[in-house]
Design a protein around this ligand. Structure first.
Ligand code: S3P
Ligand code: PEP
Length: 430
């Protein structure tokens, strides 16, 4: 029996709360991969506990790494990771996790036998062709162009061309393992612009922090030299993309939300929320203490939201929250540059248009985005399509619109299993 829909709570007063977020999915899953490929035992502190992170842990264990959970708090879990020889014969469940389906196959190509991959029904529809073709070109055998597939090494590495316009994860996935390929890797992107550049920058920075030589000096070309990946002791930053719906609550309700430990320097795309929420009528401040590398991020709203014309190509994962805010704004919005969102957990452009329009909204899909015109909304079911960010977008709309019921709120477990408790606590705080 499916769980009953979640009645999204409506805010009856401005919301003022401090919300501490667990670790970033993107940093956690990169850190785990690098630790499993490293030259000795390492530690990943304050790692996210969520479905996507659990799937990554299971995948790396199946391939021969040992991951032991140490201290655990609301900030996350400390993983003690001991790399092992990469083992064939494993069956990897990617769930609906882009990071697992794109970051793990290059590791599997180093295994001593075939490794099979599958995932949720919708995962079979997510684009995989360019990275699987690249692995073939580098020497591996792969028996399909999407999930499910089986991959067999060995793989020597070398130079490869690929079209990463569908997902930056094709580039990140190859780069993360490339130092372990005999010849390293040179990737040349050929095609329309690559989305989510900050996520590629995150990959490059984390590789360099592990002593890997990466040359990204030429646009759309990345070169990783073969060599060891240094074992490290590192701490995962809070998930700034998951801050989005909570910060949005400040704008919707005319309240103030504080997020502690916001990094002053970060490659996380969620940092773009500072500019986006300012453009939509919020006031964003950081209380920078001298010498500190993190700070409180404070966002306040007036209850009146301005529409926005924004190219979200670099920060596509913020789109559902920005679209939810736009649906509650006083002026029209246009979101551009995000055609690649059609290959995310669901076709997010179609899903946002369908669900907001179901509540009486006026959202039009364009080739690369959405046009959202303000209209009074009414209650109704907001479907989540197994997409954590659709579910939280429904919660944001529900803050203002009575009677919004989010179908499958449990899907927030993909990156934030505590979403409902945190949302409820935020609304109860005074
Ligand atoms: O590398 C990563 O951690 C991610 C890259 C982005 O993927 P796309 O480039 O496919 O949008 C982003 O949307 C996703 O949530 C996480
Ligand atoms: C696109 C997303 O996830 P994935 O890592 O599965 O691609 C996302 O979290 O918004």
């Amino acid at each position: 029996m499916p769980a009953p829909h979640w009645p999204a709570p409506t805010a009856t007063a401005p919301v003022t709360a401090t919300v501490s977020l667990p670790g970033s999915k993107s940093v956690t899953n990169r850190a785990l991969v690098l630790a499993a490929l490293a030259d000795g035992p390492g530690l990943v502190r304050q790692a996210l506990r969520s479905r996507d992170a659990d799937l990554m842990v299971a995948a790396l264990r199946a391939l021969g790494a040992t991951l032991v959970a140490g201290d655990e708090s609301t900030a996350g879990v400390d993983w003690h990771v001991t790399p092992g020889p990469i083992r064939g014969g494993a069956a990897i469940d990617a769930g609906l996790a882009g990071t697992v389906m794109r970051f793990v196959p290059p590791i599997a190509a180093l295994a001593d036998g075939p490794v099979s991959f599958d995932g949720d029904p919708h995962a079979r529809k997510r684009p995989m062709g360019p990275i699987l073709d690249a692995l073939r070109a580098l020497g591996a055998r792969v028996d399909n162009d999407a999930l499910p597939f089986t991959i067999s090494g060995p793989l020597a590495g070398g130079e490869v061309m690929l079209d990463a316009s569908g997902s930056s994860q094709f580039v990140s996935g190859l780069l993360l393992t490339a130092a372990r390929f005999e010849k390293g890797v040179t990737i040349r992107h050929v095609g329309p612009p690559v989305p989510s550049q900050p996520h590629i920058e995150m990959t490059v920075q984390m590789l360099r922090a592990a002593g890997v030589t990466v040359d990204d000096s030429e646009h759309d070309v990345w070169r990783v030299e073969p060599g060891p990946i240094a074992a490290r002791d590192m701490t995962v930053e809070p998930d700034l993309s998951n801050a989005a719906p909570f910060l949005a609550a400040a704008l919707v309700t005319g309240g103030t939300i504080t997020i502690p430990d916001w990094p002053l320097q970060t490659t996380q795309p969620g940092d773009a929320l500072r500019g986006l929420l300012t453009a939509m009528g919020g006031t964003v401040t950081r209380a920078e203490a001298p010498g500190a590398d993190v700070t409180d991020l404070v966002v306040s709203g007036t209850g009146e939201i301005s529409g926005i014309d924004a190219d979200l190509h670099e920060v596509g994962e913020l789109t559902p929250t920005i679209a939810a805010l736009a649906a509650l704004a006083t002026t029209p919005s246009r979101i551009r540059g995000v055609s690649h969102l059609r290959g995310h957990e669901t076709d997010r452009l179609a899903a946002l248009a369908t669900e907001i329009n179901r509540l009486g909204g006026d959202v039009e899909e364009t080739e690369d985005g959405l046009v959202i015109r303000p209209r009074p909304l009414h209650g109704g079911t907001f479907h989540s399509y197994d997409d954590h960010r659709m579910a939280t977008a429904g919660a944001v709309i529900g803050l203002r619109v009575p009677g919004v019921e989010v179908e499958n709120i449990a899907t927030t477990a993909k990156t934030l299993p505590e979403f409902v408790q945190m949302w409820t606590a935020m609304l109860g705080a005074r």
